[in-house]
Design a protein around this ligand. Structure first.
Ligand code: M6R
Length: 615
């Protein structure tokens, strides 16, 4: 079955046919609203290219169109989730070239954006917006010699990254050309009309027949249908897919819940969060992190503050910073830190982690740290959020909007952000040599495929969930990075399954909690850290001796654990430093399947809100 697993959430909609394009596109964009966005726009070809676009909700664009309508039967539209440049009218898509004859919309990221922009600027090009998208409009126009397909093909040869690009020109009315490099694109086949979109829900009310454009393909759309080719050339035959989903299923990309969809988006989230920021040599470039090497060398302490899942990402961050940077790192619950008169001072770095960037306690703790002289870095998923605006530096996590209350892909992106930040600071401080940098860079580049591999074993996790579903209490244990992952695994389980669950360092068990471990009590152990493997195994033996049901998350090549655990959820071997990225995934799936077996509202657990903007 076709399932959409891409994280970048901008929306694309295009139309060629006999009807007026703008109202149809506007309607399609509304149906993509669930993906999240901060501005929207439409272009219609009618002799010339005419564009209307506006920051904010689609209602603003609709009002613009009411006062100043667009006429024409070929058009493209876009909802933007800001990455390069703040949300604004100017940065909203579509973007035109200087002649105004070419117009583009785009999802994803052009990794060599700076290089391309510098090159074009040196050649005299002027840009209106801060976006990477506008560059593509210039490139297509530059490459045009009478054939838009050839021009697009040549233009994308310059653009590195993971993206979907849609192009229209007034010179060749009646057709739209699009390219998929990772970011999704589908074609909806109507009767004498054709639709192009980033996702099926945009078009479902017009047709149920689709062509799925695959990675590395180019599609030419006109009113009679679409032809798909490889980007490098060569026709592709693609069977028509008939979809009988309802609108709600379509929004979830065919998954039963947003949480499951978001878990499956994680390989793409890793790719996007790393994209353009790390080369094979381990050189890191973080676009909105402004501190210089002198500051990085001066940092005497790192403070991490956050709540919930973001705090658990911080626990991983503490290990990474201490292990890679040998810098004292404290992780503080934001709601505690804000009232604790913490001993924060310069020259420290405070890393405030928040998916939403709007969590009231995290904002308060971050402000306090800044008042006390610490430099504030926001690790957040939302461009333009309060946290990002108040911070000195921002590292955006690029997970795309997260809809499920239980955070999964945002956590994943936070971990990746922390590795990148550690490399950036470590290079400046001279504690990360080229070999370590390359080792981590290599490991990070392998992770999307490794996480994909873990996701493919979902059925094993679903089976293991039966061992937990009727439990009263569940305990999670681990040491070091495994303990940090255990904390997050436990939170996931409790918030959606409503089972009582606790996580603790494996060594803490015998200082009290072991009294609660009796026959059949599930104990989940995360077991990836070679340096403390035997120590954690002792805890496993202690709980096993008391009749516990042991579930382990362990490497595929771990030949020991099988004899002690009732179930082993395997992950590919990674560098121990990077293991949380893979080891959290079976625990997310476990929480999901336990909650499903227990029949709960997985995406909207009781009593919880996605963003806690009050104290
Ligand atoms: O938006 P934030 O990352 O600041 O949110 C923090 C927590 O409220 C959040 O992580 C919460 O714990 C999640 N529901 C956990 O899945």
């Amino acid at each position: 079955m076709y399932q959409e697993v891409h994280a970048r959430m901008c929306g694309i909609m295009g139309y060629v046919g006999p009807r007026q394009a703008a109202p149809l596109i506007l309607d399609g964009l509304r149906r993509l609203e669930y993906r999240g966005y901060d501005s929207a726009g439409i272009a219609v070809a009618n002799g010339d290219i005419h564009v209307r676009k506006a920051e904010g909700k689609i209602g603003r664009l609709a009002s613009l169109l009411e006062t100043d309508p667009l006429h024409g039967t070929v058009g493209i539209g876009h909802t933007r989730w800001a990455t390069h440049g703040v949300p604004s009218d100017v940065n909203a898509h579509p973007h035109r070239d200087p002649s105004g004859r070419f117009v583009v919309v785009h999802n994803g990221i052009i990794e060599n954006f700076h290089e391309l922009r510098e090159r074009l600027s040196a050649e005299g090009h002027l840009f209106e917006s801060e976006t990477d998208t506008e560059i593509l409009a210039h490139l297509v126009a530059l490459e045009y010699d009478g054939d838009i397909v050839a021009a697009v093909r040549r233009a994308v040869a310059h653009a590195e990254g993971a993206y979907a690009l849609v192009v229209m020109t007034a010179n060749e009315p009646g057709r739209i050309v699009a390219v998929r490099r990772v970011s999704p694109l589908i074609v909806g086949l109507g009767d004498g009309e054709t639709f192009l979109a980033s996702d099926i829900p945009a078009v479902l009310q017009h047709t149920r027949d689709f062509l799925i454009v695959e990675d590395g393909e180019l599609v030419v759309v006109d009113a009679d249908g679409a032809t798909i080719e490889h980007i490098e050339g060569g026709r592709v035959d693609r069977a028509v897919m008939h979809v009988d989903w309802d609108a709600e299923q379509a929004e979830k990309g065919g998954y039963e819940h947003f949480m499951l969809k978001e878990i499956h988006e994680q390989p793409a989230v890793i790719t996007e969060t790393v994209g353009g920021r790390l080369d094979g040599e381990g050189e890191v470039w973080l676009e909105d992190v402004h501190f210089d090497d002198a500051f990085a060398r001066a940092i005497d302490r790192v403070w991490i503050t956050a709540c919930g899942t973001a705090l658990h990402a911080g626990l991983v961050g503490r290990e990474i910073f201490q292990r890679i940077l040998r810098l004292p790192t404290a992780v503080e619950y934001a709601h505690e830190m804000r009232y604790a008169d913490p001993l924060v001072s310069a020259p420290s770095l405070t890393v405030a982690i928040s998916q939403s960037g709007e969590t009231a306690d995290t904002l308060a703790a971050a402000r306090l740290a800044r008042q006390k002289g610490s430099r504030l870095l926001a690790l957040t998923n939302v461009v333009g959020s309060t946290l990002s605006r108040e911070a000195d530096d921002v590292l955006y996590t690029r997970a795309g909007p997260e809809i499920s209350v239980a955070s999964t892909k945002a956590y994943m992106a936070m971990l990746i952000g922390e590795y990148l930040l550690a490399l950036r600071i470590g290079r400046a401080r001279g504690v990360v040599d080229e070999a370590l940098s390359q080792r981590v860079a290599h490991g990070l580049h392998l992770l999307p495929a490794q996480v994909e591999h873990v996701l493919q074993a979902e059925n094993d996790v679903a089976k293991a969930a039966h061992r937990i579903a009727d439990a009263q209490d569940v305990y999670f244990i681990g040491r070091g990075l495994d303990y940090a992952v255990a904390m997050e695994g436990s939170l996931k389980l409790k918030e959606i399954s409503y089972l009582h669950s606790e996580a603790m360092p494996a060594g803490e068990l015998k200082h009290g909690t072991l009294a609660l471990v009796t026959a059949g009590v599930p104990v989940i152990v995360v077991l990836t850290q070679g340096a403390v493997y035997d120590k954690t195994m002792s805890a496993v033996q202690e709980v096993k001796a008391r009749g516990a049901t042991v579930l382990a998350v362990a490497y595929e090549d771990d030949a020991t654990i099988g004899a002690f655990a009732d179930e082993v959820l395997r992950i590919p071997r990674t560098d121990d430093l990077l293991s949380p990225v893979a080891s959290i995934v079976p625990l997310q799936l476990l929480a999901y399947h336990v909650a499903r077996l227990r029949g709960h509202d997985i995406d909207q657990p009781r009593n919880l809100a996605k963003s806690v903007t009050v104290e």
